[in-house]
Design a protein around this ligand. Structure first.
Ligand code: SF4
Length: 627
């Protein structure tokens, strides 16, 4: 096969041994690579009763089949392990340059097993791969680690690392790469910390052979033109995702005050326009990216002075509106700190806003918080807590557990303010204003998650793409974000497609919003880059197989229909104000449609035998001992 590095590095941390194995190409037709490969490897290697922070957990990092190609935005790598935040399937993906560099060094994935007796980092320079003593960088933040390893291994190496949050086993710690790109969700930084891996430095001087060199540039040029001509591209290059604040406010989908409502009166103060006009330094692109959603921002003076990576919409929502915080400089600075210490800003803001609501209701007091005033919008408290959580200091030690575990510990009725699914905090998508997002958060394999399905086709009314992907029969209901009808069909299809996108290493900005590239483009790219012939139907089946093996992974850990739920606030309390006033999420109806579409049992929410047989997952089914 072409278009790959060719080998997988298996690293036994307990024994301090490294083994490079050729890619098992027979697996590619069944699971592709990236998300699909890790889904299978982790299913095979992690015992059902493993503790996520024990040596039994396995941490995998994999590129996609197109990562490092010239396909627009083919920049991604995926990280996966048993999540310490949720206790179930954990995955997270990031863009940047680290993934393409790994391929240039000749590797497509790294699998870490065991626990190192001492802190180490993995240094890869082409064939030269070694575990190196990291005692002298343990304790450094992400930026210091990045600088130190660049000094040691040269400016051209690419660094992936954890900060103090990962070392301190914060349950929503991120794995950072290229300084401020984050594999943020699922707390996988804590898994890396538990294994005592501080960083992975990569330098590759090889090349990636392509399958069809005669047509490669011509076809890739066509893909680039399509991306450049898409009406979304100039807007994204100008604002990144920051102007979603304005768009979400307009439809009542901007979570505010811990999801009490979907509009924020002070939204203009944290808006994309405000950041663009007063704080933007420059836009920044990842590998082969035409959309350039990354950016650098600055706060020129005052307590929140910094220059560095900019927040995306999710941080504006989580540290801004969700906490009732209108101080944009603190949102920017909070994002900077989360990158520096290595933390997921969604769970960070979700946990702080849970504490703020508990405070507002009188269930948390100064005795709990050691004197910190948790009133809505207290930007100083948000920043102070961010520091305390990363270092597990005082009240921050409790919040470092995430909102679900913190509420379990505190009790007093604070549980009802946990806005999470399967213990992972819901992202910045108010589902009462977009029903498909509610269903997607309930069903996603890694707990509350907008990206596993990323069902945004109804958000901006993509009628033509719905026609292309589903047919005319589902219109107009499917594009109506407030209508629950056909959302089960949409979310199922989007999940299958998104796991394929994560298996080939593409960015979702280009495959889902804007929905420029669909299966035919992926199929063509796999043909010219990798020399793989897979039809649209075959790719769809692979996507379905990956979602089902993720479900088996979770079923072994007790997940059933009862867990595909949402906080009662979203299903029972009508949105109190804004454009979506009066709406609730009709979850049960959508779930039934989703399970039927998936071929999953309506009562248990688990795949039926017939479904697993159709997807050639019988062997895996038998191994669960549940069927
Ligand atoms: S659109 Fe944004 S996240 Fe995606 S590859 Fe480009 S810069 Fe990276």
């Amino acid at each position: 096969m072409k278009g790959i590095g060719g080998e997988v590095l298996w690293v036994d941390l307990t024994e301090q041994e490294i083994d490079a194995q050729p890619i098992d190409e027979s697996m590619v037709n069944k699971f592709l690579f990236g998300a699909g490969f890790l889904s299978k490897v982790l299913f095979d290697h992690i015992p059902a009763d493993a503790n996520p922070l024990s040596s039994e957990n396995v941490l995998g990092i994999a590129t996609g089949l197109l990562t490092g190609s010239m396909f627009p935005q083919a920049s991604r790598h995926l990280v996966a392990a048993l999540s310490p935040l949720t206790g179930i399937w954990g995955e997270s993906h990031a863009a940047g340059f680290w993934g393409p560099e790994l391929k240039l060094a000749g590797y497509d994935a790294i699998i870490f097993k065991g626990i190192s007796p001492e802190p180490v980092y993995l240094n890869i320079r082409d064939d030269d791969v070694a575990l190196v003593d990291a005692n002298n960088i343990w304790g450094k933040d992400v930026f210091e680690t990045d600088e130190l390893l660049h000094k040691r291994h040269g400016k051209k190496c690419r660094i992936l690392s954890i900060g103090p949050a990962g070392e301190n086993l914060v349950r929503f710690a991120a794995i950072m790469n290229d300084r401020d790109r984050a594999s943020a969700r699922s707390g996988l930084g804590a898994v890396m910390g538990s294994k005592k891996i501080k960083a992975i430095s990569v330098r590759g001087t090889g090349k990636i052979d392509v399958a069809d060199p005669d047509n490669y540039l011509k076809e890739m040029d066509r893909f680039h033109k399509r991306m450049l001509d898409n009406p979304f591209t100039p807007e994204r290059a100008k604002y990144g995702t920051t102007n979603l604040v304005e768009m979400m406010q307009e439809i009542g989908r901007l979570p505010s005050y811990n999801f009490r409502q979907g509009v924020f009166d002070e939204y203009e103060k944290i808006s994309g326009q405000k950041i663009h006009d007063e704080h933007l330094v420059k836009a920044r692109a990842d590998w082969c990216c035409l959309q350039r959603c990354g950016r650098v921002t600055t706060v020129r003076e005052g307590p929140y002075k910094y220059t560095g990576g900019a927040p995306e919409f999710e941080t504006q929502s989580s540290l801004g509106s969700r906490c009732g915080n209108e101080n944009v400089e603190s949102v920017l600075f909070g994002h900077h700190l989360a990158n520096k210490y290595g933390m997921d800003t969604i769970s960070l803001g979700g946990t702080i806003s849970w504490a703020m609501e508990a405070w507002d209701e009188g269930l948390l007091t100064e005795e709990d918080t050691e004197g910190i005033d948790l009133s809505w919008g207290n930007d100083e408290a948000i920043i102070e807590l961010t520091e305390m959580i990363a270092h597990r200091e005082g009240f921050g030690d409790l919040l470092a557990e995430g909102s679900a575990k913190a509420a379990e510990e505190i009790g007093r009725g604070t549980e009802k303010f946990v806005m999470a699914v399967k213990k992972q905090e819901i992202a910045g998508q108010e589902p009462r204003a977009q029903k498909s997002m509610g269903l997607a958060a309930a069903t996603a394999a890694r707990g509350a998650d907008h990206l596993y399905a990323f069902p945004v086709l109804d958000e901006a009314g993509f009628d033509d793409e719905i026609r292309e992907r589903f047919g005319e029969e589902y219109l107009p209901e499917m594009t109506d974000r407030l209508n629950p009808k056909y959302k089960g069909i949409m979310v199922k299809e989007c999940e299958d497609y998104m796991v394929v996108v994560e298996s080939v290493g593409l960015c979702k900005y280009g495959t889902q919003i804007p929905p420029e590239f669909y299966y035919p483009a992926v199929s063509k790219a796999l043909q010219i880059h990798n020399g793989i012939e897979l039809s649209e139907e075959q790719l769809k089946e692979i996507g379905e197989r990956i979602v089902n093996i993720n479900r088996l992974f979770n079923a072994m850990r007790g997940i059933t229909r009862k867990d595909d739920s949402l906080p009662k606030r979203l299903t029972e309390q009508a949105a109190p104000t804004g454009p979506s006033k009066g709406q609730t999420v009709e979850l049960d109806d959508m779930l039934e449609e989703y399970y039927e579409e998936r071929g999953w049992d309506l009562e248990s929410g688990l795949p039926t035998r017939e479904t697993l047989r159709r997807l050639s997952l019988e062997e895996e089914m038998e191994r669960t001992g549940l069927w």
